[in-house]
Design a protein around this ligand. Structure first.
Ligand code: 0WD
Length: 253
């Protein structure tokens, strides 16, 4: 389904990362992938994880460093000369902002969370678009805390609201170039980032009890949806937030 397509995946921290599940799903359909990492610590891990892949590119891209972002896209242009899809799976908020009341969020924590978790989407889309000459697809990862209050999720919920709104504005800007932009709102998964949110195990238990499917999602289910969204099967879908949450979001009282 993705044979001869070139994709870029941002946000693999380890093999439990949602980004890695997306990468595996896309590779299972024949996609050729490049990966970016943030910082040397993750470089070693990602290089090992991708050691058996053919024709891959593993490059640094800390989104707070514009020259690194520019260099990453230059490297992609140089190696492949184009890009068909991009999977944006990065987020960060200082740990102290993910505990207690949103009311107490510092200016610094707010700006950091919004910069890394939301601004980074238009930032990378701007560099990716010129490489998507035959059209393309961009997918990002959101969470239910964007639209409803989730205890301790705080400034990350506000960042996810901005991310989902950005998805719509970018879809409108890039649609005439046949570049689609969608978000996946994933149910909670126990990844490295998720451990930064206080009482993650409480979230997981709540979903298991309340979601229509009476279980939590598996990262592979997010990966499969990302694969659908970057493939031509979803050619009529853009600007949407698609839930992969075992139906949790539909429940009222
Ligand atoms: O329950 C969950 N795990 C959910 C995650 C539910 C719904 C959505 N999501 C979202 C997250 O908010 C994020 O946007 O999915 C995305 C991926 O999250 P993940 O797979 O849960 O987490 P993880 O494996 O930690 O990957 C996120 C990565 C970072 O990892 P660490 O743990 O080192 O912070 O985002 C990257 C980094 O690789 N990242 C950055 N990349 C470039 N520049 C930066 C940065 N400045 N900061 C963090």
């Amino acid at each position: 389904m993705l044979k001869d397509k070139i994709g870029l995946v941002l946000g693999v921290a380890n093999k439990r990362s949602i980004a890695w599940a997306c990468a595996e799903a896309c590779m299972s359909q024949g996609a050729n992938l490049a990966f970016t990492y943030q910082g040397e610590r993750l470089e070693r891990y990602l290089t090992k994880l991708t050691a058996d892949l053919e024709d891959t590119l593993v490059i640094p891209c800390d989104v707070t460093n514009q020259s690194e972002v520019d260099a990453a896209f230059e490297a992609i242009d140089k190696k492949y000369g184009r890009l068909d899809f991009l999977i944006h799976s990065i987020a960060f908020a200082p740990r102290e902002a993910l505990d207690g009341e949103y009311l107490d969020t510092s200016r610094e924590a707010f700006l950091t969370a919004l910069e890394i978790s939301a601004y980074s989407l238009p930032q990378v889309a701007r560099s990716a678009a010129p490489l998507m000459q035959d059209g393309g697809s961009i997918v990002t990862m959101s969470y239910y805390g964007a639209e409803k209050v989730v205890e301790n999720y705080n400034v990350m919920g506000v960042a996810k609201s901005a991310l989902e709104s950005s998805t719509r504005y970018l879809a409108s800007d890039l649609g005439p170039k046949n570049i689609r932009v969608n978000a996946i709102s994933a149910g909670p998964i126990n990844t490295l980032s998720a451990r930064g949110v206080k009482n993650m195990s409480g979230f997981l238990k709540h979903v298991e009890e309340r979601a229509p499917l009476r279980r939590n999602i598996d990262a592979r289910e997010v990966g499969n949806t990302a694969m659908f969204l970057v493939s031509d099967l979803s050619s009529g879908i853009t600007g949407e937030t698609i839930y992969v949450d075992c139906g949790f979001n539909i429940m009222g009282i």
